[in-house]
Design a protein around this ligand. Structure first.
Ligand code: URA
Length: 215
């Protein structure tokens, strides 16, 4: 089966999913959107009002801001894959509950397996928590680490910058570095492809220091 078919299949399962209570109030599940071979995967928190209406991720104000930052960094929104840790809207946009995150986690794992992005950008604390235990976004935002052969970049949720204008510049700066990180990852992969024995150093859960990432 092609990656596109596999992703479609996961999306169809999500739209019928009843693994947690969030299915009760959904109008549309929001599996995610983007090409099956995207190099960059963005993981947000969960659908809001507009996403629930349209069945598409990040189509409200936070989504518009996300699109504009992508464009400023030189990316077409359609070239990246965008999804969330929970695929159905939490009532009144409350935080997803632990049992909802657990119920939905397998869908995200499978999406990552199919897409095989080289960079995963976590947007906000719930997706960050998949890769960082007890970390504070204010400390680690924009500082990537390796996990399972891909670069994980924690970033503030775009909505945070809309609610706290003082954060806007920081969020924009973190986004503007995306092309730099993509280039670094590609250089590293090219170098590794030329080496007879591949280093497994980066497979160990990652290193927090930016400078040692590509040394
Ligand atoms: N916020 C999110 O985290 N995800 C969306 O899809 C929309 C807003």
């Amino acid at each position: 089966m092609s990656s596109e078919d596999l992703l479609r299949e996961i999306g169809e399962e999500i739209s019928l999913c009843e693994r947690c209570g969030l299915c009760k109030n959904r109008k549309n599940a929001v599996p995610g959107a983007g090409p099956a071979n995207a190099e960059i995967l963005f993981i947000g928190e969960g659908p809001g009002h507009h996403e629930n209406e349209q069945g598409l991720p990040f189509v409200g104000n936070a989504g518009k801001f996300l699109s504009s930052m992508l464009q400023a960094a030189g990316y077409d929104r359609d070239s990246v894959f965008i999804t969330n840790v929970v695929k159905c809207r939490p009532p009144s946009n409350r935080d997803p509950l632990p049992e909802e995150l657990i119920a939905c986690a397998e869908y995200l794992e499978r999406q990552i397996e199919v897409i095989t992005p080289i960079i995963i950008v976590t947007l906000g604390r719930f997706s960050m928590a998949r890769y960082y235990e007890n970390a504070r976004i204010s400390t680690i935002h924009g500082k990537p680490k390796w996990a399972a052969g891909r670069l994980i970049i924690p970033m503030f949720h775009p909505a945070a910058a809309l609610h706290q204008p003082a954060l806007r510049k920081t969020v924009e700066e973190d986004f503007s570095l995306l092309p730099h990180w993509i280039e670094k990852v590609k250089e590293k992969k090219k170098k590794e492809a030329l080496l007879p024995v591949q280093s497994s150093q980066e497979e160990d859960g990652g290193q927090p220091e930016q400078l040692s990432l590509f040394g």
